[in-house]
Design a protein around this ligand. Structure first.
Ligand code: CA
Length: 231
């Protein structure tokens, strides 16, 4: 039998949490609920779910945004997809959330069908690195077990979006990716993000890569490519 995907629901409104949990259970998921960051953290320490549904506005301590950042920075939870639930709809918040490492957004109120579609899309899109997979392009190396990126053996420090971008590039070296393809594959087609957001993150990625930054090439009028032979 196929394992039911575990979904951790972090939501302080019991009625909403319960409604989501019931619907997920009916659709083949195994939901768990936490009403705030502290109890979510506790559950995460027991087991790492396949996906986290994270409410933006939470009582006390940490907001959803802070939790997303925190979980992205911990090796245990770094790779868990995060779908944020928010009552806000405006663009700066979305960018802030995606920068913090969220995979997608859903704005309240949403229909159950919409939520299920988003969850499935996020799970599908997150083709995770298989454990122990090591990607190499030239002297750049990305280790799927430790989430470490090195260039000529020297470790590099990357933000969560930069890591995702690089991982995508390294899975498809030498291939040109258009901005809209990158948006679709890294940020998700359901999210409204402008194409210049891609440019911002590519710029950050280059900076984080230091000397290896030249491997991330701009292909005029087409997009970006990671090449083992810097131009
Ligand atoms: Ca809330």
């Amino acid at each position: 039998m196929k394992k039911m995907p575990q979904v951790l629901i972090v939501e302080d409104e019991p009625a909403i949490a319960e409604l989501i949990a019931i619907n997920l259970r009916h659709n083949g998921f195994a939901p768990m609920c936490a009403e705030d960051g502290a109890s979510a953290q506790k559950l995460l320490e027991e087991s790492v779910p396949d996906l986290v549904l994270l409410d933006w506005m939470l009582p006390g301590g940490a907001s959803g945004l802070e939790l997303a950042k925190q979980w992205r920075s911990q090796s245990r939870t770094r790779q868990v997809p995060i779908l944020m639930l928010t009552a806000r709809g405006d663009e700066p918040d979305k960018i802030a959330g995606l920068d913090a490492g969220a995979d997608d957004y859903i704005t309240k109120p949403f229909s159950v069908q919409e939520l299920l579609a988003r969850i499935r899309a996020v799970l599908r899109r997150r083709a995770p690195l298989s454990v122990g997979e090591v990607l190499k392009v030239g002297e750049l190396q990305l280790d799927g077990a430790t989430y470490q990126v090195t260039y000529r053996g020297e470790p590099l420090k990357l933000g969560p979006m930069e890591f995702k971008l690089l991982s995508h590039f390294m899975h498809h070296p030498e291939r040109v990716h258009s901005r809209s393809q990158l948006l679709d594959q890294i940020w998700g087609d359901a999210v409204y993000v402008e194409e210049r957001t891609v440019d911002v993150h590519v710029k950050r990625l280059r900076r984080s890569l230091g000397e290896a930054g030249a491997m991330v090439q701009t292909v005029r009028g087409a997009g970006y490519r990671l090449s083992a032979t810097p131009a």
